[in-house]
Design a protein around this ligand. Structure first.
Ligand SMILES: Cc1ncc(C[n+]2csc(CCOP(=O)(O)OP(=O)(O)O)c2C)c(N)n1
Length: 261
């Protein structure tokens, strides 16, 4: 499929300059290397989920937090289909958290991207489970009292066989999807993405570094946990470093391959 054919006639309603455009472009760039007729996408609800309208692929724009059970249904129905799920951090870590943990356990061959802008952006910036302590908005005027969760540590602990994090950058999204395609099993990919309006960039990209370039062995679980702990989502301090890359990779039995046909 040519890049042209991946376009739809829906004009994007994301804010001008939104980092979601990078993720969209990265996904399209990756799809140019695939047989797009054999690919399907599933989204939840939110700004991130609008990506569904801008890519000419089959799939389902599902309910808030329900991306992963829909992906699983597609894989069980047609195991040969390449299934890509897209969620915001609210979608994945609040409404959808129970599905996320079980997706790691089922290990269906699904590629799942979480656009983590650390807020519920579409509904105008309420805190999510990865919002930093102290963040305030109209719904939480006294500031968030709870500490953020660390989804990478949760995914590692849940047995996920492919745990990665990238920044919302065309090349990084394209590259990690190519790596994920060569992995058989559930792939969790967090995409760090400031929100221009409700969680603006406070120097995120500058704080990132690539763990593969630093010599990380992605088969080393203990080291993956240590690296996942390095960024705790509690905001940008001068000494914050945000590790990016493939934290952990290990092939495990794939759910749909174990079903009798
Ligand atoms: C079950 C349910 N709860 C709440 C909503 C309202 N809602 C729609 S979009 C949204 C925020 C989405 O935030 P996130 O998933 O972080 O994605 P973002 O908009 O930040 O990309 C919410 C709470 C809904 N549609 N369905």
């Amino acid at each position: 499929m040519s890049p042209q054919n991946l376009n739809t006639n829906c004009p994007p309603t994301w804010c001008p300059g939104c980092w979601n455009f990078q993720i969209l472009a990265g996904f399209k760039k990756f799809l140019e290397t695939q047989d797009a007729k054999n690919c399907a996408m599933v989204t939840g609800i939110g700004c991130a989920a609008k990506i569904f309208d801008y890519v000419n692929l089959n799939g389902l724009n599902s309910l808030h937090g329900r991306v992963l059970p829909v992906c699983l249904g597609l894989k069980v129905g047609n195991p040969k289909l390449n299934v890509f799920g897209f969620s915001g951090d609210g979608d994945a870590y609040a409404e959808g958290m129970e599905h996320l943990i079980h997706a790691a356990r089922y290990n269906s061959n699904i590629k799942y991207l979480v656009h983590n802008n650390q807020v519920f952006a579409l509904t105008v910036g309420q805190p999510t489970p990865t919002t930093e302590t102290g963040f305030s908005d109209k719904t939480t005027p006294l500031g968030v009292k709870l500490p953020p969760i660390n989804p990478l540590k949760i995914m590692l602990a849940a047995g996920c066989g492919f745990v990665a994090r990238v920044f919302a950058d065309v090349k990084q999204v394209d590259a990690v999807l190519k790596e994920a395609m060569s992995h058989k099993g559930f792939c969790f990919i967090e995409v760090i993405q400031p929100c221009l309006i409700f969680h603006p960039d406070t120097g995120y990209k500058e704080k990132t570094y690539n763990i593969q370039e630093s010599g990380h062995d992605k088969t080393n679980f203990t080291e993956a946990m240590r690296l996942a702990e390095q960024f705790d989502y509690s905001g940008i301090k001068s000494d914050t470093r945000i590790p990016l890359g493939i934290f952990y990779q290990k092939e495990k039995p794939v759910f749909e391959e174990q079903l009798k046909r």
